[in-house]
Design a protein around this ligand. Sequence first.
Ligand code: CUA
Length: 444
Amino acid sequence: MASTTPSKPSSGGLQTTTIIAVVVVGILLIVGGIILGQATPLLFPQQASAEAAQVDNLFHIMLVIGGAIFLLVQGLLVFSMWRFRARKGETGDGEPIHGNTTLEIVWTAIPAVIVFVLTILSWQVFNSLQAPKPGEASVVVAGARFNWAFTYNVPLSILGYEVDETLLPPDVKDDLADDGTVSITSATLYSYVNQPVALAMDARDVIHAFWVPAFRVKQDLIPGRTTTVRFTPTVADTYPSGIQCAELCGANHGIMRADIVVAENEAEYNKLLTPILESRLFPPADPVVRGRAILESNVYPCYTCHVLSDLSSANWVGNVGPALDGVADRAATSRANATSQTAAEYLYTSIHEPGAYLVPGYGNLMPQLGVPECDVWAMVAYLATQSTSGSAPFEVVQPDVCIPQVSGPPGSEPPPAGEATAEAAAETEVVPAEATAEATAEGS
Ligand code: CUA
């Protein structure tokens, strides 16, 4: 009896102390988490999209919670190392402890609540990012080892001068939509401030991930499925390597990047797209020049896998596929023999259907890129000139559909956008037959 009496107040005192300690430690952990959470802006680049703030806010919340948990775990570790350290002469095992229902309920319930709350918050942010925005621009994205290509539908009206549609290259005529738009492709992603953008993305070969740190968006590209990512840029700037592939996709995954240019407004944006549109509408008449321009534009990923000295200024330094220096000589000799094709057919097939014949020593890595027919033939014409002699050892005949009728708008080189508009419009309107005849004569 006497031995139990004094123990009662002491145990009650301990409990009060424990509760106070838990409350104090809990407050310290929350304050510590909030302090660590202040590091959020230091961890990210500038917020350059309308979506960035909500992603950062969510991350901020997670960093506060994660910071508190980090301090709790590390604190307990340090406390245990000090409090339960082996004293001098202590050589026995620690006391075996088994089961503490209260503790287990607490450490299950608290994380469950945290995960539940984060799920709801994440779901809200995800839905907000994915929701279609009014007036959004659609851009088609092709990801292939190891580059990005962006295809836009652009109205001819951005040129600021009349275009005689009957003189457009046959493949462009086919592509011209009823609403007067034509598709153009570039290796750079263009947009402008406050223009919502929806990207429809396809992978040509393996899984890639489209990631723009400044916009806080990331989305996988999956072969055989179109995935979508949306953003609204808010800061006009050039973002070198603004897009990065965030999925290990092969030897040159690290160079799978693309620039983003965000223009101040729509007029500036149209100005950026005009030269790309003009090169599509009025391609060089010489297929060799045309083919070189296509390969130099890096809209196809060839340069990330093949080396070609003639295009080294356009980054043709890839080391994954066969080198293309002197490819015309090999096409005309060993490859033609091995494939029983003419040299031109061999080059055409190796772009159009890369797996048909594999250069010895190389695997079947090159995807079917869906290169339009006329682009392939122009590339073949250009590659035919890549010989040791410097001239084409064989002839490449362009299909009729791929021969541009004119080189430049009717009667002249493309005038700069915004200038000579009235004049060009008047000319085509008033004397269309004459202008057409003149241009045809010039092109032939
Ligand atoms: Cu594509 Cu990594």
